[in-house]
Structures are given as C-alpha cells and as structure tokens.
Design a protein around this ligand. Structure first.
Ligand code: GDP
Ligand code: MG
Length: 280
C-alpha cells in the first residue's frame, strides 16, 4: 500500500495506480467501506510532496482512528480465577492459541489451568494434552464424547479450589452442526457460571479467512458475548486487514495476534505495529 501512496503524493499517480491501490486494499480484506475512506483520504492530500509522505500520513490517521480506543488487556482479579473461554470455527487456531496464551500468562508467575472441552474428537484432547505436557501446565481432560460442559465445570471447580489465577477453556468448532455448537457453548457458560463468572470470551479469527470471518464472529457473538479477538496466522499473509474489519464491525477489540505455529509466535496486539504493517 505504501508504494502506491508515495507515488500518489509525488503526483505520479496514474488511473491504473489508483485501480491497483483499490485492489491492494480490497485484497487485504479491509472491506469496501474502509477502502473507500482510505482512497478518499489519500486523494484529499496535496500532491507534489517530495518524500511522498502526505498521503501515507493521511491514511495512517484513518487506520489509527478506525481501531478502538480501549483497554486491550485481559481481565484480572486477585480473589478468584479469571476464566477465559476460547471459541471459533475449526482450524482457525483455537487449541494452539490456548497453549500460547497459557504460556504468555504463566510467564508472569501466574498459575494457569487448561480445560480440554473439545471432547468431540480424541485428537483435539490429545493435541492440548501434548501442549500442556510440553509447557508443564496442568490440564483437566474428559473422555472422548464426554459432555464438554462437565469438563469445563470440573476445571472451574479445580481452578477455584486450588487458587489458580487463570483457567483457559478450549472448545470445539465444528460448524456443520452450528446450532448444536452454539447450544454447547451457551451450556458451558451457564454451567461454569454456577461456580465462577466467565470473564473473557475470546473469538479466534483466522487472519487469512477473508470477509467470511466477520460472519463467523457474528454467529458466535449471538450465543456467547465476545470480549476480544485473537487473530491468528498473521505470518506470511498480506490479508491481515480482516482483523481491523472485524473489530470495527463487532466493536470487539483485537487482544492478541498469532504469527506462527510455535508457542512463542504470539503477542499482545499493538495498534501502532499493526497499522505500520498494513501500510508497508
Ligand atoms: N502459520 C500459523 N499457523 C497457525 C497459527 N495458529 C495456528 N496455526 C496452525 O493452524 C492449524 C489449526 O490449529 P488448531 O489450533 O488445531 O485449530 P483449532 O481447530 O481452532 O483448534 C494447526 O496446524 C496450527 O499449527 C498461526 O498463528 N500461524
Ligand atoms: Mg482445537
């Protein structure tokens, strides 16, 4: 995007460049409304600026003001565990993000407990158990086919009784039984909250998924109120604009990003770094 904007400011912008810039913006999944706003901001700037900065500055301002002014931290209380429910479609990176978040939280000497409440597939429970072993983080698992809500309930009881700081609950994401999945998530929430509140419900958004990600997030938001987004797979792809588009549409802040398959490929969301990566 930056390349075109610089050309624009130097008044070297041809109609083809404008078309190419519009395509770059659409392909980055920022959505049509924001794309138009960005083009308008670039065009409103005086041309002939030597370094090409004026259009870039104008677009930077549009992108920054499109991100929410909000606390992007994780809720924390000293007298009871913070319960974090992780939701999203299959394959978006939920289980991996549970492990990454657990490691991230435990680095501040916090006691973290995991719950493998995707009991639909044995492989899902094994996947999280393997992470738990490797990271040396305790985990509550149920048998394959066990009621996910019962696993979550057991984990919540343990988290309270043993004074854990955080409980992170992994869930299933199969969408072909959408209404069942939504009922299952509502039930997990209802059952856990007999013991202690769920403080954060983080929706895992695959950063390469395109505009469909917004539809997915809205579907989940109808059954469990979302408090934040984890945007995964931001490594290697130029499509990260879906993160901003989803935040704007759902008014739910991006809290973390995933940039690879390993536990360290994870960071708290930084608006400035994100905007610069869109501009580059
Ligand atoms: N490149 C990349 N791959 C990721 C990232 N997060 C998860 N994955 C991979 O995406 C696949 C699905 O992840 P998984 O956690 O099992 O998704 P789930 O079905 O939502 O639980 C796995 O191969 C992960 O290694 C990420 O940030 N970057
Ligand atoms: Mg999973």
């Amino acid at each position: 995007m930056g390349k075109f904007l610089a050309k624009f400011s130097r008044n070297e912008f041809t109609p083809e460049d404008e078309r190419d810039l519009a395509n770059v913006l659409i392909e980055s999944d920022l959505g049509s409304a924001l794309t138009e706003k960005i083009l308008a901001a670039a065009k409103s700037q005086p041309t002939n600026s030597q370094d090409g900065e004026s259009a870039i500055s104008a677009v930077r301002a549009v992108l920054r003001s499109s991100l929410m002014e909000t606390d992007r931290g994780i809720f924390h209380s000293n007298d009871r565990p913070t319960v974090i429910l992780i939701v999203g479609v299959n394959g978006t990176g939920k289980t991996t993000s549970v492990a990454k978040l657990a490691k991230w939280l435990s680095e501040n000497q916090k006691k973290v407990l995991l719950a493998a409440a995707d009991t639909f597939r044995a492989a899902a429970v094994e996947q999280l158990s393997t992470w738990a072993d490797r990271l040396e983080i305790p985990i509550v698992v149920g048998e394959t086919g066990a009621d996910p809500a019962s696993v979550a309930f057991e984990a919540a009881s343990r988290a309270v009784n043993e004074n854990f700081s955080f409980l992170i609950i992994d869930t299933a994401g199969r969408l072909h039984t959408k209404s069942n999945l939504m009922d299952e998530l509502s039930k997990i929430k209802r059952v856990v909250e007999k013991i202690t509140p769920i403080n954060e419900t983080l929706f895992v958004l695959d950063g390469t998924t395109g505009q469909n990600g917004i539809v997915q997030a809205k579907t989940f938001a109808q059954s469990v109120p979302l408090t934040g987004l984890i945007v995964t797979k931001l490594d290697g792809s130029a499509k990260g604009g879906i993160a901003l588009a989803t935040e704007m549409e759902l008014k739910t802040p991006i809290k973390f990003i995933g940039t690879g398959e390993r536990e360290g490929d994870f960071a708290a969301f930084d608006p400035e770094i994100y905007v610069e990566s869109l501009l580059s």
